[in-house]
Design a protein around this ligand. Structure first.
Ligand SMILES: *[C@@H]1O[C@H](CO)[C@@H](O)[C@H](O)[C@H]1NC(C)=O
Ligand SMILES: *[C@@H]1O[C@H](CO)[C@@H](O)[C@H](O)[C@H]1NC(C)=O
Ligand SMILES: *[C@@H]1O[C@H](CO)[C@@H](O)[C@H](O)[C@H]1NC(C)=O
Length: 256
């Protein structure tokens, strides 16, 4: 069975920056969370909201809960920063059974100090996991596979980008957390954007992990993969030579 390639481009998603000094004490109240602290967040939250495959609780964002400016300033202006720094806390946005939670975790007391359900504007950002799950879902979705066959394409060469549908208000029909999956074709190129598979509209509801809309309006001719290479290492010297400094300086001399 051929390996499935999928490239996922993440819009509005968050990449954890794990500090290299994971085990050193935090030096500044604005330092990002360490690896140890990130793990602690999971442990503390798991006491209240069990985390695991059988529970629909996901971490969409975990970051520093920035302390009050006045506390940071008084710490900063103290001689040799010898007063107690403001409390270290994490701010978490989680998705819990179709609701968005905003949770503040305090590290010294190892407890949740604030927990609210967010109502109103916006959705939590996407995670890699849910985009990968949505990709796998579509790659097994029968009407999609039929459309791929109809176009004479090899499903193993299809990759997706995802795009959030957006926020259109709070009425029942509009609150679904939905992404659009846009297919592209590799099969001989790495330059996927030049080979969109057009004509299909595929929507996935992330809370229920289901394809909620699929339409195939038309088939558009697929551009050839030939001539779409852009990686310098793969290009003929003819194309790369003009970037060589010696080549440029010789040209300057010639023109005198
Ligand atoms: C959460 O807690 C449960 C029960 O205490 C445990 O089995 C599970 O491994 C924990 N999960 C994580 C991710 O820590
Ligand atoms: C489809 O693509 C996979 C790998 O990308 C390849 O191994 C397989 O032979 C292809 N199938 C056909 C029918 O061309
Ligand atoms: C594109 O195809 C033509 C004809 O098959 C071939 O001569 C040419 O080398 C190809 N170009 C690239 C960049 O692969």
């Amino acid at each position: 069975m051929a390996q499935l390639h999928f490239t996922i481009f993440i819009f509005f998603s968050f990449i954890f920056a794990i500090s290299s000094s994971s085990f050193a004490p935090p030096r500044h109240p604005f330092d990002p969370l360490t690896e140890t602290e990130l793990k602690l967040v999971q442990t503390i939250i798991n006491k209240t909201y069990p985390i695991g495959p059988s529970h629909k609780f996901t971490f969409q964002y975990v970051g520093l809960n920035e302390p009050d400016k006045s506390l940071v300033l008084s710490w900063y202006s103290s001689p040799k920063h010898n007063i107690k720094p403001p409390p270290r806390q994490a701010f978490v946005i989680a998705r819990d059974n179709g609701k968005s939670r905003e949770i503040v975790v305090d590290f010294s007391s190892r407890a949740i100090v604030s927990d609210k359900i967010h109502v109103g504007n916006g959705y939590p950002m996407l995670t890699n996991d849910e985009q990968e799950a949505a990709t796998e879902l579509v790659l097994k979705f029968k009407p999609f596979l039929d459309s791929v066959t109809k176009r004479g394409l090899n499903v193993s060469e299809i990759v997706f980008t995802t795009s959030t549908v957006g926020w259109y208000g709070e009425s029942e029909a509009e609150t679904e957390r939905v992404i659009r999956m846009m297919p592209f074709y590799l099969d001989g190129t790495v330059n996927m954007y030049l080979r969109p598979i057009e004509g299909m509209t595929i929507l996935v509801n992330l809370d229920v992990m289901k394809v909620t809309e699929f339409t195939d309006r038309l088939t558009v001719i697929m551009p050839k993969a030939n001539g779409t290479e852009y990686r310098i290492s793969e290009l003929e010297p003819l194309f790369t030579r003009r970037f060589e400094p010696s080549f440029c300086s010789r040209k300057v001399q010639d023109s005198r």
